[in-house]
Design a protein around this ligand. Structure first.
Ligand SMILES: Nc1nc2c(ncn2[C@@H]2O[C@H](COP(=O)(O)OP(=O)(O)OP(=O)(O)O)[C@@H](O)[C@H]2O)c(=O)[nH]1
Ligand SMILES: [Mg+2]
Length: 433
């Protein structure tokens, strides 16, 4: 008989022994700093952990440009091989994107699976998708990622063995190195998604008939988007300290102080270098953001570098065509790091700080959302001098530009602007005066 302690220990050891051992590799290219590479590797480590594996070693290199054959140089490949042997690693994961040829060459030399950050993110999405549409979208992204990486025979033994990180997913059985079958599958998934899209369009028409404004929560993964939706609407969405916990959108009605209710939607989070195949595949899910009246851009103000996360989120918003939707920055987790939250609000005019965990700042958030939604209909005319690119940028970000005309004195802009933004830009407002 074993003691409960031994049993627990045994179980932990068993659990650990089935978790894959991973060596991660980061390359600092050209203008980037070593610090950025380390931060990105920290994030990759979290991604690997979320996917269910353990990082046991990390390697970095600084290069002008990637080596076309193996991404890192030959000497570094030898070092990587020695590290893999020393720590008995199953897989190496590159933070930078590997071409199919680089992946093939690395696997041949190292004698183990070599994948990149994209494959890890795809793996997490595959594990976290639950609805019909979510699953179809993830499978489509996986198929498109794998298609150019299929080789007859060649490294089949390596890339297909065992169902480890980067090899899982709904499409696994279809990976029989048969391009034609994968292409057929892609076509079928595209058809299915189009069908689901039609249903979604119908639902949306129903909603827009309701005449309610639509507000979408966007932001970096783990920023607290679902926690905020739950706090505001008791939606009961899954909240986890884990990346990409939410893949499927949830919409709830939210009452605002002194105004009409709005429809509030929580959706999938973003990350730096979000794989393009995923953005493409999730376009229909993300349309809710593109078509909404206001974006609540939730930022984790306790993150290592919140500014860089804001930039990453705005990049994805640009890619999906949602960068014209007015945005309200919401600095969350102010309970965890009040000083940074305060500083961020100071640096980003019109933003608010909240804690979705404690409820601090929520009243002001609701008042601000109500103000922004009310202003959606009020058009203001401004005259902005040509040298004030900063003013034009904030009008574009905070409001919706209706028209612009170039005149001698500057740019005449007609825009829907919230009262708070209008107040700040009052020196440029010409009417209503
Ligand atoms: N301290 C603190 N933690 C928070 C706050 N809001 C959320 N969290 C925590 O942050 C983690 C992520 O929260 P989620 O709401 O799942 O984040 P999300 O943005 O929906 O994440 P994904 O769906 O994975 O992209 C959880 O562990 C939450 O408990 C907050 O205001 N303060
Ligand atoms: Mg979530």
């Amino acid at each position: 008989m074993s003691t409960p302690y031994q049993e627990a220990l045994g179980r932990t050891l068993i659990e650990r022994s089935i978790r894959e051992k991973i060596v991660i590799v980061g390359v600092t290219l050209d203008k980037h700093t070593d610090e950025q590479t380390e931060e990105s590797l920290d994030e990759l480590e979290r991604l690997v952990d979320t996917a269910g594996a353990d990082v046991v070693a990390r390697l970095t290199q600084r290069r002008q440009a990637p080596d076309p054959a193996t991404y890192i140089g030959k000497g570094k490949v030898d070092e990587l091989k020695a590290t893999c042997l020393a720590v008995d690693a199953d897989t190496v994961v590159f933070d930078n994107e590997l071409s199919p040829a680089q992946q093939f060459n690395l696997e041949k030399t190292l004698g183990r699976t070599a994948i990149d950050r994209t494959a890890v993110i795809l793996d997490i999405f595959a594990q976290n998708s639950h609805t019909l549409e979510g699953k179809a979208q993830v499978e489509l992204a996986l198929m498109r990622y794998r298609l150019p990486r299929i080789r007859r025979g060649a490294s089949a033994g390596l890339t297909q063995q065992g169902g480890g990180i980067g090899t899982r997913g709904p499409g696994e059985t279809k990976l029989e190195t048969d391009r034609r079958r994968i292409n057929d599958r892609i076509a079928k998934l595209e058809r299915e998604l189009r069908e689901l899209q039609r249903t979604r369009d119908e639902q949306r028409k129903g909603r827009s008939r309701s005449g309610l404004a639509s507000v979408t929560i966007v932001g970096y993964t783990n920023a607290g988007k679902s926690t905020l939706l739950n706090y505001l609407t008791n939606a009961g969405v899954l909240v986890e300290n884990r990346l990409f916990a939410t893949l499927d959108p949830t919409t709830r009605r939210l009452a605002l102080p002194g105004g009409e209710p709005v429809l509030l939607t929580d959706t999938v989070g973003f990350i730096k270098r979000l794989p393009h195949t995923l953005i493409e595949a999730f376009k229909s899910t993300l349309e809710v953001a593109t078509e909404s009246d206001l974006l609540l851009h939730v930022v984790d103000s306790s993150a290592v570098d919140p500014e860089s996360q804001i930039v990453a989120v705005r990049e994805v918003l640009g890619e999906i065509g949602a960068n014209k939707v007015p945005e309200l920055l919401v600095f969350n987790k102010m309970d965890a790091d009040p000083d940074t939250a305060k500083r961020m609000v100071y640096e980003h005019e019109g933003s608010v700080a909240v804690s979705a965990a404690t409820g601090a700042g929520i009243d002001e958030l609701l008042r601000t959302v109500a103000d922004r939604v009310r202003s959606l209909t009020a058009v203001v005319e401004l005259l902005v001098p040509y040298e004030r690119g900063d003013v034009m940028a904030s009008i574009h970000r905070e409001g919706e530009v209706v028209s612009t005309a170039h005149e001698d004195g500057g740019i005449r802009v007609r825009a829907r602007l919230a009262d708070a933004s209008r107040g700040r830009l009052t020196e440029f407002v010409v009417s209503p005066s």
